[in-house]
Each structure stands twice: as structure tokens, then as C-alpha cells.
Design a protein around this ligand. Structure first.
Ligand code: ZN
Ligand code: ZN
Length: 355
């Protein structure tokens, strides 16, 4: 399994002409060798791997790290330099998106005879196609979160605050085995729904209003992400119209997902429809983003994204309409691209729920 993940690095070895790549981003390290602690480094050559950690993590690394030699360090930089010297590395790639200027300088000072080559942000794309183990984990955490939301719906009555809803939802996720929440939940009711990232406030829910809830759980290192907009009693004609348009865009975008389509095309297919209906200017954020070991990761689904969808990619589709002074609607599902289309991981039905 991890061997296949490491094979995805081949093109970086080829294009950058490096003997080894030094990883410092803990999520990439987890992905490539299994270590889930909070400090370490990974050095990969085409054929071998070395995981470096301090004494706090030697036992954990022994249990988690797969197909890599474990070396304990007192000063990480010293051990990286020792290893590079021992392996006679002449060009080492480093994660330019995750290396501080200070760390880069320290490394270049100590490795005077070795060339350091920036391996760009594209490196994170190696994680965008999920393997079977990852898809199972993503499915499990998405199901847990969806079921938790459905379990707390009875709490949502007029007078209860947005924060109380957020708290109940988090308790429910924990009860069902989540390691934590994926992020501060968005619970935005009434005119607060116009804020795409309106974190839960003390505002009480009111009858006849829409409530947008953007929520997710974390389990076994993987995140879920889903948004439901529902109504407390009849929300009125304008809210229903807006909901219908967002729903249509959401459905069209999901229908368009298949291997071979570029992310920007997917965005355009659904976006045209919303502009025709006169709501184009009320939607400003990306249509979607990858979900995995991070809540926001590659690929980005936006008009500028050249990424082409491949089988196994997991990302969100989350159109919205936000009208200042009125309110808003967002509908979000997380999908996995399959051979011919896609499958939903998130599970709350998306027809307008009126509580
Ligand atoms: Zn979300
Ligand atoms: Zn999202």
C-alpha cells in the first residue's frame, strides 16, 4: 500500500533530478510512512526510506512506521546532515511549500556541497487520489458525521442558540467515536446565513428562517465535510427559490464528476446555470476542495483549477448563494470519483428539510 503511494513520487525524482526528497510536512510523512506523531522527518530515495524522530516517538514509530529505517535524533538537523553525508547525496529535494526560510538556510549552511532543490506545491497532489484504505476511512468518518447531524435535528427548535446546536453536534460525534470535530462548525441562521463562514454564535434560531450548518468530524486522521441548509418552519418563497437554485447547481456539478474532466470545466458547467438565473454575483468562493488528511487539500475545484479528475479523487461540491441583509444557502457533499462518475460519501439527503 505505502509502496504504491511512494511510487507517485517517481515523477518528482525525474523532473527535479534529485537523489532523495526530505519531507518535513507531518501529513505527507504520515501518508508515506504511517507515522502519526507531531515531530519527525522522512528521507526517501527511489528505493529506501529513513524516518527520523526524537526519543519521545521511538516506540510509536516502531509500531507505526512501515518500510523505513528508524533513526533517533537529538538535533534533527544533525541527523539529516549525517544521513545525507552517509548516502553521498548530491541533490536533495525539499518541500518548498512546507519549509521555513530559517530551516532552509540552516540546511544549506550545513550541507554546503549538496544542492537543495525546491519541490513545489504540486507535491501535495500525490495525496489527492485516495487508495482503498483511505476511501474506507473517509466513508466511515463521513457516515459518522452525517448520522450525528441527523441525530441532533430534534434539538433544533426556535429559541435554541446556534452555539447550542454546534455543541450538541460535537457531543454526538464524540459519542459515536469521532476523535474530534473537523473545524469550528458553521451554524448560521437567518441573515447570518449571508456569511459563508459564519461560526456558531449566541443568536437564537427563529421560526421561518433558514439555518446553514457546515460540519465535519475527524477520525483515524481523516476528515469529513458536509453542509446542510434547513428551515425551521416555512421559510417563504424567496428562500425556497434560492435553495432550489443552489440545489440545482450542486446536483449538476455532481452529475458532471467523472475521470477525465478538468476541475474548471466542472465548475463552469454548473456556474453558467447560476449566472443565467441572476445569482452569479452572490457566489464568491471555490466550488469545492479535496478532503483527506487535511480538511482543505488538493485538488481545488475552481475556474482556475487545471487539475483533471482521476478515479479515487475525493473532493467537495459546495455551491452557495449569500445575500447580504437577507441570508444564504449552501449545500455541500463530499464525493469520490469512480470509474464512470462519482459516489457520495456524505449522507444527509439534500432536499430542503423543513423542521
Ligand atoms: Zn464544509
Ligand atoms: Zn468544504
Amino acid at each position: 500500500m505505502l509502496k504504491n503511494r511512494r511510487l507517485r513520487l517517481e515523477r518528482f525524482f525525474d523532473t527535479c533530478g534529485v537523489d532523495a526528497i526530505l519531507f518535513s510536512n507531518l501529513l505527507n510523512i504520515r501518508y508515506l510512512c504511517g507515522f502519526s506523531g507531531s515531530e519527525g522527518a522522512l528521507v526517501l530515495t527511489r528505493d529506501n526510506a529513513w524516518f527520523l524522530c526524537d526519543s519521545r516517538y521511538t516506540t510509536q514509530a516502531g509500531a507505526e512506521v512501515v518500510d523505513a529505517e528508524i533513526r533517533q535524533f537529538t538535533v534533527k538537523l544533525d541527523t539529516v546532515v549525517e544521513l545525507a553525508t552517509e548516502l553521498k547525496l548530491s541533490r536533495i529535494g525539499f518541500e518548498s511549500a512546507h519549509t521555513t526560510v530559517g530551516d532552509f538556510k540552516a540546511l544549506s549552511d550545513r550541507l554546503a556541497g549538496t544542492e537543495l532543490v525546491a519541490v513545489g506545491g504540486d507535491l501535495d497532489l500525490i495525496r489527492s487520489c485516495k487508495d482503498q484504505v483511505e476511501i474506507e476511512r473517509l466513508q466511515r468518518v463521513a457516515s459518522l458525521a452525517s448520522a450525528s447531524l441527523q441525530a441532533v435535528l430534534p434539538v433544533m427548535v426556535p429559541g435554541v442558540s446556534e452555539q447550542e446546536v454546534a455543541r450538541e453536534l460535537e457531543f454526538e460525534m464524540r459519542r459515536r467515536g469521532a476523535d474530534g470535530r473537523a473545524f469550528d462548525f458553521i451554524v448560521a441562521s437567518g441573515e447570518r446565513g449571508a456569511m459563508p463562514h459564519g461560526r456558531a454564535s449566541e443568536r437564537p434560531l427563529r421560526s421561518g428562517e433558514l439555518v446553514t450548518i457546515d460540519f465535519g468530524a475527524l477520525r483515524d486522521g481523516y476528515y469529513s465535510d458536509e453542509t446542510v441548509t434547513l428551515a425551521l418552519g416555512d421559510p417563504g418563497e424567496r428562500s425556497r427559490e434560492i435553495y432550489g437554485i443552489v440545489r440545482e447547481r450542486h446536483d449538476r456539478a455532481i452529475t458532471a464528476v467523472r475521470p477525465g474532466i478538468a476541475c474548471h470545466e466542472q465548475d463552469a458547467i454548473a456556474g453558467e446555470f447560476m449566472r443565467e438565473r441572476g445569482y452569479g454575483e452572490y457566489f464568491g468562493h471555490c466550488l469545492g476542495h479535496g478532503v483527506g488528511l487535511e480538511i482543505h487539500e488538493k485538488p481545488v475545484v475552481s475556474p482556475r483549477s487545471e487539475t483533471v479528475v482521476e478515479e479515487g479523487m475525493v473532493f467537495t461540491i459546495e455551491p452557495g448563494i449569500y445575500i447580504p441583509g437577507f441570508g444564504g444557502v449552501r449545500i455541500e457533499d463530499t464525493v469520490v470519483a469512480t470509474e464512470n462518475g462519482c459516489r457520495l460519501l456524505t449522507q444527509v439527503p439534500k432536499e430542503l428539510m423543513v423542521l
